[in-house]
Design a protein around this ligand. Structure first.
Ligand code: GLN
Length: 284
């Protein structure tokens, strides 16, 4: 099988399996198994794949045809310009989540201590620390397997980050200047309607927001004031239709200056709030 034949064959196979971006995914899988760059491909389309590469390619196409997400096959996803290792124990970092990181970066300053709840792959925690290395960052997750992956990303990207196994705040020591989180927020009744890739392969514990999707926001809104300095901030990623319910939860919990930020598609994506606490804002 030549490189050209491999590309065409892969595209056909994936298209027949109903994979949306068949041509692109076939190329990305070929690139992954062969290490072949686009320029090499165009110069040497008639080059034969080695037997080993051919086998690995067919195996990768088989997985993708069963709707395993591309990133779980290649083991990596880019986020905020960094490569994060991923596997079925962590949610694949989404571009939409970069909005949360960018918003947090406008506030985060050297010397501040921040917490990333439900850190998963560690993409939010580590991107924040890479952009603001003089901050102190703690990431927590309830899943030991997710933390193992976050640990690998930390060791590669930002060894100073601290990771802790914890059911939300249960095992954590405050206070923090900033708490960020992209918690599970899909209402349980909507889980079965998700794309096959998400529904069948991404960890349900990273998606399931219980009955109304708001379970974790409710707990975070209620518990975070005890872990924030006076004037500390809470930044949350939300689902497109949670731009009213989540701000309301924050208001009830005593947060002020609540704002909703939209993503690049114009959908509500991030909620920000300030906890006034007992005193005035410490840092601003
Ligand atoms: N914080 C991780 C991310 O944004 C994981 C989120 C989650 O597991 N819900 O990708």
């Amino acid at each position: 099988m030549t490189l050209l034949e491999a590309c065409r064959y892969g595209e056909e196979q994936l298209r027949a399996a109903g994979v949306p971006e068949a041509k692109l995914d076939a190329w990305l899988l070929l690139e992954y198994v062969s290490g072949c760059s686009k320029s090499h491909y165009y110069a040497y389309q008639e080059e034969q794949l080695t037997e080993e590469t051919r086998k690995r390619y067919l195996d990768a196409l088989g997985q993708r045809s069963s709707r395993v997400p591309l990133q779980y096959i290649t083991g990596a996803q880019e986020f905020m310009g960094h490569i994060f290792l991923v596997n079925e124990n962590v949610l694949i970092p989404r571009q939409d989540t970069e909005i949360l990181v960018e918003e947090a970066l406008e506030y985060l300053k050297p010397g501040m201590r921040f917490l990333d709840l439900c850190t998963g792959s560690g993409c939010i925690l580590l991107s924040l620390l890479l952009a603001c290395p003089e901050a102190e960052g703690v990431g927590s997750d309830i899943s030991p397997k997710a933390l193992e992956t976050a640990g690998k990303n930390r060791d590669r990207l930002m060894p100073a980050a601290e990771l802790t196994e914890s059911d939300l705040f249960a095992g954590l020591n405050g206070p923090f200047d900033l708490i960020v989180s992209n918690p599970p927020y899909i209402p349980r009744s909507e889980l079965s309607g998700l794309m096959e890739e998400v529904r069948d392969y991404e960890p349900v514990s990273a998606l399931d927001g219980h009955e109304d999707g708001l379970y974790f926001y409710r707990r975070i809104a209620e518990e975070s004031p005890s872990y924030l300095v006076p004037g500390g901030r809470l930044y949350l990623e939300i689902g497109y239709d949670q731009g009213h319910s989540v701000p309301e939860l924050l208001r009830e919990a005593g947060f002020c200056e609540i704002e909703v930020k939209k993503d690049l598609s114009g959908l509500d994506r991030v909620v920000k709030g300030v906890y006034p606490g007992a005193g005035r804002t410490l840092r601003n």
